[in-house]
Design a protein around this ligand. Structure first.
Ligand SMILES: Cc1cc2nc3c(=O)[nH]c(=O)nc-3n(C[C@H](O)[C@H](O)[C@H](O)COP(=O)(O)OP(=O)(O)OC[C@H]3O[C@@H](n4cnc5c(N)ncnc54)[C@H](O)[C@@H]3O)c2cc1C
Length: 426
């Protein structure tokens, strides 16, 4: 079957690989000059099924009020974005009940776990270089923090396969001696042995290379203008800046831009862009930093080693499609990290830090939209929010299973019964 994948981010590229592996003739269309140039470019790099809990946990309404009026908050709503997110925001809050949150956490864990096992399998059969770290991740908690609440959530997630260990300060130092100077701040940590990390942009290009080796064709520098329908149940072709592209099936993986192309077809894709920032610091051989990703729950800061670089980040901002990089935000992130890693300042050129911003494609529930549409040959694989790199290989498997066999894997979310229903019924 000829399949056109719209979008060569980490999700579209992984999908292209999986479809090509399953024997399809694949064409991928993207407006950028390389795969993974937009939101998949410089994200946090965390491959973390442990982070499956959607942002709208019970109590969100109460916390939201506090966060919006706190100048140090990691959440910001730009006034110009308000009209475009009201409907979405109400759905986001409606999904913050304990029942829905649990349901969505489980769905995310399932896709993320499938993703991790798929990635490991790909790695076993191919050489992939994407500055990966396969040493778990660690979340450290300050004395006045919410460690006990977090451990309670981990116990629930354990039922669904997420392994974790509670560490005391001595055990934290055994794993990460770089925290020596600040260890008195911490009451303990939670260590997730199965988590991994890596450069999502490099991975996207690696998986695109594997897809190309299997015959997939990447049409880059090509904008999709319109998905043209033949009838109310059938897509005819896509109209692009390089001419019309015709296929037997189409996969929509345009990240935050998916709703724009879906809307004229009458398909409701409730995704809004949620801006985030990252800072990447070249370490120039300095080895004094963490050896695995470390998240500080007090500062809401993360440090992710990526080869000879350290990736840091945070913040969620509703600013429509504005991707302007705010250097002030970069400085804020670095200031927080230097509180955790003060030694870094005297060994590394802080001014060499590279700031970046990207748009997380967020659904109001949390899980991505992976599944069929009213058009029999159009499929969605989009809306992975803060977990697109983590879920990319898993949702690629689901999408290819659906297109290839018209079925879903028994150990994963059923896209027809779950993803579409949960997004359209609220
Ligand atoms: C600051 C930040 C930190 C993050 N950290 C993590 C993390 O640690 N772990 C994790 O798992 N996830 C993380 N995420 C989320 C993750 O980056 C996203 O979920 C993921 O990149 C989405 O991938 P995608 O392929 O769906 O979208 P994208 O990467 O945005 O890909 C969409 C593609 O569609 C193309 N496109 C759009 N419109 C058109 C058009 N009309 N014609 C042609 N091409 C078009 C774009 O060029 C782009 O290449 C983070 C996100 C941000 C912003």
């Amino acid at each position: 079957m000829r399949v056109a994948v719209l979008g060569a981010g980490v999700v579209g590229s992984a999908t292209a690989y999986m479809l090509a592996k399953d024997g399809h003739d694949v064409v991928v269309v993207d407006r950028c000059n390389r795969p993974g140039m937009e939101t998949s470019f410089a994200n946090g790099g965390l491959m973390t099924p442990s982070d499956a809990s959607p942002w709208n946990s019970p109590g969100t309404v109460k916390r939201l009020g506090k966060m919006l009026f706190d100048s140090h908050s990691t959440l910001k709503i730009n006034p110009s974005a308000v009209p475009s997110i009201i409907g979405w925001g109400l759905k986001f809050l409606a999904n913050s009940t304990a029942g829905r949150h649990k349901e969505h956490t489980i769905a995310n864990i399932r896709i993320a776990s499938l993703s991790l096992s798929t990635l490991r399998n790909i790695r076993q059969n191919n050489t992939l270089n994407y500055d990966q770290t396969i040493r778990g991740t660690m979340r450290v908690f300050p004395r006045d923090g919410r460690m006990s609440e977090f451990v309670k959530m981990c116990r629930e997630m354990q039922e669904w396969g997420v392994k974790f260990e509670v560490l005391n300060p001595d055990q934290i130092l055994e794993k990460e001696p770089c925290l020596r100077d600040v260890i008195d701040r911490y009451v303990g940590a939670v260590f997730f042995p199965d988590d991994e990390s890596g450069d999502a942009h490099k991975f996207t290009n690696e998986i695109a290379r594997l897809a190309q080796n299997l015959g997939a064709h990447f049409m880059l520098n090509t904008t999709v203008h319109e998905i043209v329908k033949a009838s109310s149940t059938q897509i005819s072709y896509i109209r692009t800046s390089a001419g019309d592209v015709k296929a037997d099936a189409y996969v929509l993986s345009l990240g935050s831009y998916s709703p724009i192309l879906a809307r004229p077809l009458g398909i409701n894709v409730p995704i809004v862009p949620v801006k985030g920032y990252s800072v990447t610091l070249p370490l120039n051989g300095w080895k004094g930093g963490p050896t695995r990703p470390v998240m500080d729950d007090g500062y809401h800061a993360m440090m992710v080693p990526m080869g000879d670089r350290l990736r840091m980040g945070g913040k969620a901002e509703f600013a429509r499609y504005n991707t302007r990089v705010d250097p002030q935000e970069g400085r804020r992130v670095l200031t927080e990290i230097l509180k955790i890693l003060p030694a870094m300042a005297s060994h590394v050129d802080i001014n060499a830090a590279v700031n970046w911003s990207g748009l997380r494609p967020m659904t109001p529930g949390g899980p991505p939209m992976v599944g069929p549409t009213a058009y029999s040959n159009l499929f969605l694989n989009t809306g992975h929010g803060p977990l697109g790199w983590t879920m990319s290989c898993g949702s690629a498997v689901l999408t290819s299973e659906l297109i290839t066999h018209g079925r879903v894997l028994s150990n994963s979310v059923n896209p027809r019964d779950y993803a579409m229903k949960s997004h359209s019924s609220i």
